[in-house]
Write a new protein. Sequence first.
Length: 517
Amino acid sequence: MLVGRNAVQTLGAMLESTARWFPNKPLIIFQGKAITYDDFNKSAARLAGVLSGLGVGPGVPVGIYLRSRPELAVAYHACQKIGAIAVPISASYKPNELEGLGRRTGMPALVCSSDSVPSVDAVRGELPKLKHVLVHGGSGPSWTISLDRELANCADHFEPVAVDAEAVAATFFTSGTTGSPKGAMQTHRSIYHALRDMHAHQKMRWNQERFMCALPLFNNFGATGMLNGSIYAAGTLILIERWDTQAILNLMAEHRATFFAGTPTMFTYLLRGYDPTKHDLASLRTCMAGGAPFPPDIMERFEKTFGVQLLNSYGATEVCGSCAFESPSGLRRRGSVGAAIGSASIDIQDDEGNSLPPGSRGEIVVSGDTVGAGYRQERDATAAAFTARGWRSGDLGELDENGLLYVLDRKKDLIITGGSNIFPSEVEAVLASHPAVKLAAVVGVPDALKGELAIGCVVPNDGATPSEEALLAYCKDRLAVFKIPRRIEFLQSVPLGPTGKILKRVLRDQIGEDAAD
């Protein structure tokens, strides 16, 4: 039993108790098949038995190099049963990326699919601590362990190991939009409180919600927010492995989804693919957006088209999810991501750590129960970001007189041209509101005279052929002169991270290379 504000249920205990209450209820619906809470719990128990038999226990990192399928979710929760640290890794990672994560975590065990074995083989000689490679869905070379064979010999019950609430439950390597990925460590305490705060704020209903999950389970948004969020609410997760607009709309209609969360890019795609004559989404109660600044025009179009609230939010892997949220029933302001929720406190600080008054622009600093334990094996980065006054996000924002937060941009994405500050998200919102534009991003490139120049990168709508002159004129009517992009680059696509975030660092390098050519 949990009593009081600071009571914490570990993830292993959370799954165990929910499976005991609702054994026959579907936890995951995937490719037309339902996996009940009981079946899922037994699968996690069997894998926990395999890992425990190999000597993997509390505090030991376990790599999970799988696609966004139920097997990944099982591996994550098998780690929770034995007190190990789940380290989900994108299945799209190349051998050199896998090697980097393997070195930085020191993982002795890795769960992967049979088609990922060549990537593991390419780097295992560089990872002396990696002793056990467990292969799911087929056999592998002699140096691997066949999970199909081992699981058949394991008991389907594993009593969760008692772990401290401050123990690290999972490490997610941030997407690296502005630099190399860092392993953000989430504790049982921080995850539990993040789920508590988000569900209370969104008025989630116990044993009633159906979560449509198009987010990858190998990152925080998918694993912590959607998978663990489903278990916390005794809900059902409707899972799809990769983005497919029509398939997602069909699944939401077929399985009567009540909740959808995604990045702004995902909502743009849903707007384009939605057909009210084909997709009955009357069951949908709430949508939430996060992961990147959201152009207000697109938010408003989505709410009008779908007839459902789309609540903007702000959060990060380092704080286990959203720490600021628009109110479902209170004050909302255009362009705001809402106010701090639950235990979270948000402060705007200058570079010296001094708090700034409402209306001032500075760095967003978050404190509260949901802040994680720092970056794995990154002492300097942890000391710089996780301070006594909260987690320094690296994002620029401001609070208004009502405590509503406005996220302006990443500090590293800020463009300074001739001494004037340009917030890319502001310019992107203008470009994205043009009817001929599907996606827009603005990056800064070096300039000998001005320091930096703002370059607009645009993916046109299908069949549209906007001219550079037309888009620049559109900006001129809506932006101060110094904010207008120096030029417009037309692209077929923009580089996206696994959750749909535009990878500004990659795009900046790409634009620079094109300019050099």
